[in-house]
Write a protein that binds this ligand. Structure first.
Ligand SMILES: NC(=O)c1ccc[n+]([C@@H]2O[C@H](COP(=O)([O-])OP(=O)(O)OC[C@H]3O[C@@H](n4cnc5c(N)ncnc54)[C@H](O)[C@@H]3O)[C@@H](O)[C@H]2O)c1
Length: 435
């Protein structure tokens, strides 16, 4: 019986998997090289604002089921290990440096026959080329690749109830019973065991398809608006089609923000790079797949230029409401707000930004992100703790998150307000939506 899991790498994904397993009653060892994260988690607090995480971790610490550690060797105490360290994008592939070092170290410390699940994203061919050679020294380990599909902020419930559960294994016809048991305890949908290469492709195809839908919806949205038509109504009905339910689903088909953040753009970028690097497609342009990245990047640039144009014309500071890459989350890697800050810096324009997720306690998170993006260091001083300040003193405001009722009342009480609002979530503010 598999009752304990070690999670190595406590980023957005690691924390989600940890929360999902603890909530289902497993005992967990949480390992990260970041001492600050480990110290926070050891007290039962979360390092990522995943829904439900704080309560789950506090309870697990008081039950004695969560051990947080910086020592990789502590994974020996668990029946299985889940690895969730970063694999950032390079042009035609991910950068596997960190993952490979962790695997090499795990080979030295793992207990005999432990199950080793890689959750970090890897691209087609990488398991065979980069990872399996490392594992040759430990043929006793049961190696698994699990492509994980999570929404930031809802990672714990998404891990327990995913749209699909895919597990890449050496022999899909004979999965290890301990793996089957572990998954059965935590995940509420039946697993689909596939070969490693299939699992790698499934992950990339899933994300690339989401990027395609978002870009397509945004392009149709822009066109409809140009012709004075409401794009939401068009898309909602055009894509609801009971005969082809699986193909025509409207998820991700709401015209709105471009895709951003650490996961989706990565897959579109690498897919484009793979096509560019491939010599097999001389006879076939692959225009749709190739256009994925350019469409989104152009859309991002256009929104930024519009904001700059409107804002600079007003002679007032430029405003941003919503700094994170998605609402109610505090991840700023590849956030749209960073594009705006870079552009404003180049235009020598003053910016005031607001995001409730970056008040007070999240200064530490800024520091963490600042190591990954230089512009974040200049972002910190301009983040206002007051929504009213942004609304009342800026000429053009970007709404990079939807406003809730309370926030709408707060800005409603501000005398004046911006002359231009670019509302990516279009929640019908009185000032109207401007593009
Ligand atoms: N964020 C998501 O929701 C999500 C979803 C699906 C897949 N993924 C994939 O999961 C992987 C991780 O993504 P993330 O957003 O959680 O990354 P992240 O950068 O937020 O977190 C990675 C963590 O790994 C830790 N780490 C680095 N080296 C380590 C080492 N030697 N030992 C222990 N810990 C170490 C880091 O300190 C950090 O806390 C990526 O490959 C990503 O593509 C993420």
């Amino acid at each position: 019986m598999t009752k304990s899991l070690a999670v190595v790498g406590l980023g957005n994904m690691g924390v989600s998997v940890l929360g999902a397993c603890l909530e289902k009653g497993l005992s967990c060892v949480a390992v990260d090289i970041d001492e600050k994260k480990v110290a926070v988690l050891a007290k039962g607090h979360t390092v990522v604002p995943e829904q439900g995480a704080e309560e789950i971790f506090l309870k697990a610490v008081s039950d004695g089921r969560l051990k947080a550690s910086t020592r990789l060797a502590d994974v020996r105490e668990a029946d299985a290990i889940f690895v969730g360290v970063q694999t950032p994008a390079k042009e035609t592939d991910c950068d596997y440096h960190v993952l490979k070092v962790v695997l090499q170290d795990l080979c030295k410390v793992c207990a005999p026959s432990q199950i080793l699940i890689i959750g970090s994203t890897v691209f087609p061919g990488a398991i065979k080329r980069e990872l399996l050679p490392i594992l040759e020294s430990r043929p006793d380990l049961v190696f698994v690749y699990e492509p994980v599909f999570l929404r930031a902020g809802f990672g714990i419930s998404d891990y327990q109830r995913p749209g699909k559960l895919v597990l890449g294994v050496a022999d899909p016809s004979r999965p290890d019973p301990r793996l089957v048991d572990l998954i059965d305890r935590v995940v509420e949908v039946p697993p689909r065991f596939v070969h490693f290469e299939e699992a790698e492709w499934i992950k990339m195809v899933h994300n690339a398809w989401m990027c395609t839908k978002i870009s397509f919806a945004n392009e149709i949205g822009a066109l409809c608006r140009e012709y004075g038509t409401n794009p939401e109504a068009v898309i909602d009905i055009a894509f609801s089609e009971s005969r082809f339910g699986r193909l025509m689903t409207t998820s991700h088909m709401i015209p709105g923000p471009p895709y951003s953040g650490p996961c989706l753009p990565k897959d579109a970028v690498i897919l484009g790079g793979m096509i560019a690097a491939s010599r097999h497609f001389e006879w076939f342009d692959m225009g749709v797949t190739r256009a994925l990245r350019t469409s989104n990047e152009k859309y991002r640039r256009d929104i930024v230029n519009r904001w700059l144009h409107l804002g600079l014309g007003s002679g007032m500071p430029l405003g941003i409401i919503g700094v994170a890459f998605r609402p109610e989350f505090n991840e700023i890697r590849d956030s749209l707000a960073l594009d705006f800050l870079r552009a404003a810096e180049q235009a020598n324009a003053k910016v005031i930004a607001y995001d409730p997720m970056f008040e007070g306690i999240d200064a530490a998170r800024f520091e963490l992100a600042a190591r990954q993006d230089l512009y974040v260091s200049s972002l910190h001083p301009i983040v206002s703790h007051r929504l009213e300040e942004v609304w009342g003193s800026c000429g053009a405001v970007l709404l990079n998150r939807g406003l809730n009722e309370v926030e709408r009342k707060r800005i409603g009480a501000v005398a004046g307000g911006p002359s231009h609002v670019i509302d990516l979530y279009d929640n019908k503010l009185q000032t109207g939506r401007q593009w």
